[in-house]
Design a protein around this ligand. Structure first.
Ligand code: URA
Length: 254
């Protein structure tokens, strides 16, 4: 059954792409495509019974065989669904797996991930308290290059976004944190500079959303100013969640 639905999924996305890009689109109405797409589990409304972990499991299985982006499906080692507490009140959203994440099947396990783990610890939390996922579930392919990562394209993110939206609908975190400008562009289609977007509340489908710098940007930056700004943003998140903030946490951003 899952082979059938994943084949159907890829036929639908190919038809949709041809319809958008071709001079001679296939003769299938959008309504018909939409009705067909509702037969694939990834596009059906999430089941509303069971624990959040139980409701995430079939979605994860669907993502694992996804071929919506054939070029990514053929180059990935595995998909990278998400990690952490399905009942989390706080969810972090990155852009896409890198080489380490593709190898291990878990988001944010490389250098940027280690820094994210430290940021979470500075908030008085662990990775197991929060949920971490990316907009793109596959590592963006870098054909012809043995190493290195590239940001996902807008088209790749738009193709994958429904999976993240469904994760958010199941987990229902009280607060989302978007890490970096690529994640912001994929989620909100905003392209203002990060300096203008971070540090204030936005929302994604009615869930409060804080925007902050991506940990890999912090790793590249030589000053501590941006690190402090991430600290400020995370204090706003803690306040919104109603967590108490220690003097040490406040002192870090001064
Ligand atoms: N960067 C991301 O945005 N996500 C990861 O999972 C790793 C690095």
């Amino acid at each position: 059954m899952s082979e059938f639905t994943s084949a159907l999924d890829s036929v639908l996305s190919a038809l949709d792409r041809i319809q958008q890009e071709s001079d001679r689109p296939p003769r299938a109405s959008r309504g018909a495509l939409q009705r067909l797409s509702l037969t694939t589990p990834a596009n059906r409304p999430a089941p509303s019974s069971g624990s959040k972990a139980e409701r995430l499991a079939p979605l994860q299985a669907q993502v694992a065989v996804c071929v919506r982006c054939p070029h990514l499906a053929s180059s990935r080692t595995q998909t990278v669904f998400g990690v952490g507490n399905p009942d989390a009140e706080l969810m972090f959203i990155g852009e896409a797996p890198g080489a380490d994440e593709d190898r291990q099947g878990e988001p944010f396990v490389g250098r940027a991930g280690q820094l994210l783990t430290k940021i979470i610890a500075a908030m008085g939390l662990t990775r197991g308290d929060v949920y971490i996922a990316n907009i793109l579930k596959c590592r963006p392919a870098t054909p012809g290059k043995a190493a290195g990562n590239r940001p996902p394209t807008p088209n790749e993110m738009a193709t994958c976004l429904s999976y993240l939206t469904e994760q958010i609908e199941i987990i229902q975190p009280r607060v989302l944190v978007a890490l970096g400008s690529t994640a912001v562009a994929g989620l909100l289609e905003l392209s203002e500079p990060m300096g203008k977007l971070r540090g204030r509340w936005h929302s994604y489908r009615e869930t409060p959303l804080m925007i902050t710098y991506h940990p890999s940007y912090l790793l590249r930056s030589h000053s501590n100013t941006e690190k402090r700004k991430v600290g400020e943003d995370m204090l706003l998140v803690l306040e919104r969640l109603g967590h108490s903030i220690s003097e040490k946490q406040r002192a870090y951003v001064r």
